[in-house]
Write a protein that binds this ligand. Structure first.
Ligand code: C6P
Length: 410
């Protein structure tokens, strides 16, 4: 490890039990972190301890276990609040993931505030989760989905983005970091531009929060969405941050237990924030695991993790560029640890299969971002993505496996 890297990688790797195994007789090299990160021991322990000692339903029971579970659940909300620098815990809604967070805003905010002839502006970099909910809303309302283009490097053309903003724009929905190319969007200025025309701005932070310290109020994001499983936490848990004034004005997303104050057959009154948006028994163990994940990452330091991943990205880019026939997609000036590439004469799925036979786990496909693939005239790429526990030696293993794929299909 380079002496300037503050992440003690060997120590960090020891925290992730899953990394210490062989796949097809080779040491596992896990480079599919943009799809989901592995979970450190403190996260696994938090979930085990919850189910071993405190499991109960929350906000309902008068008994001790329920009180303990409720305390752990709400303490986790406070940790997420601090993580995003939100002003109030009322601004932190637990969801199933980034996808549900975006759907919640499209349904609850969008249905009330977007009408016929209005526009929703997204970018050509978006994941399907930040396209389809807006498309569904626009179809329902007779509104128009506008798309800001990207250049060959995979950067949003900011002049075009600004040109597409107008008095009809009601929502701007943008990714903080592209999952397919790794581009980091200048979300601060983009949010400010959205506000100048009176639109609200949602940021899809699914690929950002593990790599970039996020201060949602400083960004002035109206909504910020992320998934627990991409930030070393469990699957099935996510977060929606929303400005209190907007959340308060929005109708509920789903009806059920916990989101109500009173129910009669004639009328229901709704609970206060954030419970108004958390219908039904939530993913309690997921919330507790997420809080442990955030604590783990904060102890390492997001900036330290980001610096380490940046080093790996630069090193991997250099290594792959040395291999004739490799074409890297996504060469933005600001990139997080995602490396998407094509191998001449080898389909990305075949490349992924050969890499797997060498123990190297990557994602091959359209990465749920088909419009990005269309922009480059390809159907798929092979994608390596880095986390705080990856090493330069693993990048070397990736490069060796890529050469092997070339030989096999040569
Ligand atoms: N991207 C990937 O391999 P969920 O599935 O709700 O946890 O996250 C959806 C999502 C939303 N936005 C971005 C930018 C994303 O990258 C993802 C998930 C994974 O790239 C799985 S498709």
């Amino acid at each position: 490890m380079n002496a300037t890297q503050a992440v003690r990688v060997a120590e960090a790797r020891a925290d992730f039990p899953i990394l210490h195994q062989q796949v097809h007789g080779k040491p596992l090299v896990y480079l599919d972190n943009a799809a989901t990160t592995q979970k450190p021991k403190p996260v696994i322990d938090a979930i085990v301890s919850y189910y071993t000692a405190d499991n109960s339903n929350i906000h309902r029971g008068v008994h001790t276990l329920s009180e303990r579970a409720t305390v752990r659940y709400e303490a986790a909300r406070e940790r997420v609040r601090r993580f995003l620098h939100a002003a109030s815990e009322q601004e932190i809604i637990f969801t199933r993931g980034a996808t549900e967070s975006i759907n919640l805003v499209a349904a609850a905010y969008g249905r009330e505030n977007v009408g016929a002839g209005d526009e929703v502006l997204i970018t050509a970099l978006e994941h399907h989760s930040n396209i389809v909910p807006w498309q569904m809303l626009c179809n329902e309302k007779g509104a128009k989905l506008r798309v800001a283009p990207i250049n060959d490097a995979g950067e949003v053309v900011i002049g075009e983005f600004e040109r597409l903003l107008g008095r009809r724009t009601k929502v701007v929905a943008i990714s903080h970091v592209s999952n397919a190319l790794g581009t980091v969007n200048p979300v601060g200025p983009m949010i400010r531009a959205a506000h100048r025309v009176g639109a609200v701005a949602l940021v899809d932070g699914a690929q950002a929060v593990a790599h970039i310290p996020v201060d949602a109020p400083a960004l002035d994001a109206d909504f910020y969405a992320f998934s627990g499983h991409k930030v070393y936490g469990p699957t099935g848990i996510g977060v929606l941050y929303g400005k209190k004034r907007l959340l308060e004005a929005m109708p509920p997303y789903q009806g059920g237990g916990d989101m109500i104050r009173t129910v009669t057959f004639e009328k229901t009154t709704y609970n206060d924030l954030p419970y108004k948006f958390e219908a039904g028994t939530p993913n309690i163990s997921g919330v507790i695991g997420l809080a442990a994940a955030i604590e783990y990452l904060e102890n390492i330091g997001i900036e330290n993790a980001a610096a380490h991943e940046h080093d790996l990205l630069c090193y991997a880019t250099e290594q792959l560029r040395r291999i004739p026939g490799v074409r890297i997609l996504g060469t933005a000036a600001e990139k997080a640890g995602v490396l998407s590439f094509l191998l001449e004469g080898v389909h990305p799925h075949d490349a992924g299969t050969i890499l797997d036979s060498e123990g190297v786990a990557v994602r091959a496909g359209h990465h749920c971002a088909q419009p990005v693939m269309d922009r480059y005239g390809v159907s798929a790429t092979t994608r390596a993505s880095f986390a705080l526990y990856n090493t330069r030696e693993e990048v070397d293993a990736l490069a060796r496996a890529v050469r092997k794929a070339q030989e096999v299909f040569g």
